[in-house]
Design a binder for this molecule. Sequence first.
Ligand SMILES: *[C@@H]1O[C@H](CO)[C@@H](O)[C@H](O)[C@H]1NC(C)=O
Ligand SMILES: *[C@@H]1O[C@H](CO)[C@@H](O)[C@H](O)[C@H]1NC(C)=O
Ligand SMILES: *[C@@H]1O[C@H](CO)[C@@H](O)[C@H](O)[C@H]1NC(C)=O
Length: 650
Amino acid sequence: LKYMYVMAFAVEEINRNSTLLPGVKLGYRIFDSCSRYPWALQHALLLVGGDTQSCNLTTCIIAVKNVNNISVSFPQISYFASCPCLSDRSKFPNFFRTIPSDIYQAWAMAQLAIRFHWTWIGAVIVNNDYGQLAIQVYVFVVTLYQCFYKYHLHIYEAWSTSNDLLQDLVTSKVASGVLGVAIQSSKISGFENYLRNLHPRDTPSYSYFSSSLKHPFTDTSQLRVSYNVYLAVYAAAHALHIFAHNFFFLEKSSLLNFYCFQLLQHLNKVNVTTPQGEMFYFQGADIPAKYDLVNWQNTPEGTLKLVLIGRVDGFDLILNESAIQWSTGSNQVPVSVCSESCPPGTRVATRKGEPVCCFDCIPCAEGEISNTTGSPHCERCPSEFWSDAERTACILRQVDFLSFNETLVCLCIVSFTFFLSSTLSVHPIHLKVRANNSELSFLLLVSLKLCFLCSLVFIGRPSVWACRFQQAAFGISFVLCVSCLLVKTIVVLAVFRSARPAFNLQIINFVIICAVWLSLSPPVPQQDLGFQGSKVTLKCAMASVVGFSLVLGYIGLLACTCLLLAFLARKLPDNFNEAKLITFSMLIFCAVWVAFVPAYVSSPGKYVVAVEIFAILASSYGLLLCIFAPKCFIILLRPEKNTKKHLMAR
Ligand SMILES: *[C@@H]1O[C@H](CO)[C@@H](O)[C@H](O)[C@H]1NC(C)=O
Ligand SMILES: *[C@@H]1O[C@H](CO)[C@@H](O)[C@H](O)[C@H]1NC(C)=O
Ligand SMILES: *[C@@H]1O[C@H](CO)[C@@H](O)[C@H](O)[C@H]1NC(C)=O
């Protein structure tokens, strides 16, 4: 009823206007469709009188939504048909409207969801063109940013200005805090007065309006659809005005018989300023989008009131967030997510078959971090760094080496002390031995002690000098040891009377190799980044593999020669024939160092050094036991065999 009266009001206003359509009086005919499409169609056809050529001054301000499914060729201006489908000029060439296309409304709602970071959204839609198209636009906009899945009741589609809902006490219990996109509200000056001054005399059926009654009918504070009707009438009048102006030479009467398509052309040209000071023109079928953003807030009476919280102007969304009262009653924006975003230190793992906003958070693996919320993946720390306990930052890896306060090192030292003391105890015993080359045995004992001692220099933080010293000490003591044995064997074989020159030669050779290697390309302390972990092993890296191989090879060569010669000499008659012992000791020596290689290669980090120390200790002790244990046995337990007489008897 109100829409009818606003049309009547607009027509009367135009008729009074001396500049718009001067000398022309507009009229109107209103039919009741009774909300039935067939009736609406029938009445629309009645309006054009079956004559599709002559408009008979008719512009149809239509209230029905889908008359356009039937092709009608007179211009129509709708104030309420918002379906985006009607913007299609190829299907609806004669259609205009003063309500924005719902595309903008769906877009605005999607923008709200994005603004409030709602990623878990449900939609309740009307299952028709309106609902389907709106949801398509909505989903399109929202899925550009986040995901759309389920049901969340914070946004209503176009019912946000419904008085029935607002006044309903049941609704108010569940629907406070609703955000709505409403048709823009405007003022029409003089309209309230017009409504209040309606008299039963003029409108016999509606005789109940009095100036004191507060009724939705007389409430003109929020004219939304009514204002669209008002605009529609003015659009038609302006089109007619342009037409009349262009054909001023025509008789007034010929205005009655102009052609529909002519009016159509002039509707396209309408570009006026409304009394509210806004530009009004059609873009195709549509007018530029303008909406109010409203919020349903509780009133003390228990009903709901509409509060303006912002507006939409085309693709701009202007929102006063602090004016919103949410369903919780506070100003806190409600959270709607499927999964809480992943904290730093974890990464997002999508769940198979579920929307992308539903995910699990998986802690980063060791050595990887994520330092932002909702990180899609963990990043590997650079090689000198490792992840902290929280997996949120890369921290410098701790330098690790075999130090003196470790269990393993304690074990090394205990065995070292044991071995050294055994060597020391052998020493005085050995002085009693009556053997021909006791000088060599003495040297062997000394070099064995050196071997034990050199295991100690492998412990501690590797430094430039420590790295060189380790290799030199290790090499020299072992070459001494093996050389002593080799010379002993040579003496047994009686190749030389004195084996001293051979011995000296071996030592000098080795010292040269060692000196060249250590001066040209010595081992240097280096971090072993190959192994993962919060610690990085500092070790002496062999800068020259050739040098290291030469040193080891030299010792190996001596050992093999010694083994071979001792093996050949094992059956020669001799008192205290040491050849057997040397064969045996060399076998043990070689076995230890052959076993050392795989252990060395497969040990992680600093344990490589420990393995080396054990190999040194084990091989030296092997030598000590094999060579000296039988002698000690004789000296301590069978002293009668250690006499000159016994020796001579042999
Ligand atoms: C409407 O007219 C104004 C000038 O009055 C002009 O600035 C504006 O661009 C016109 N709009 C359109 C869509 O033609
Ligand atoms: C936003 O709303 C608050 C609360 O209603 C009001 O005090 C403030 O003036 C508004 N701000 C703007 C810019 O309209
Ligand atoms: C997060 O880590 C990156 C490197 O992975 C770094 O560039 C950035 O500064 C870090 N941000 C914060 C806030 O720590």
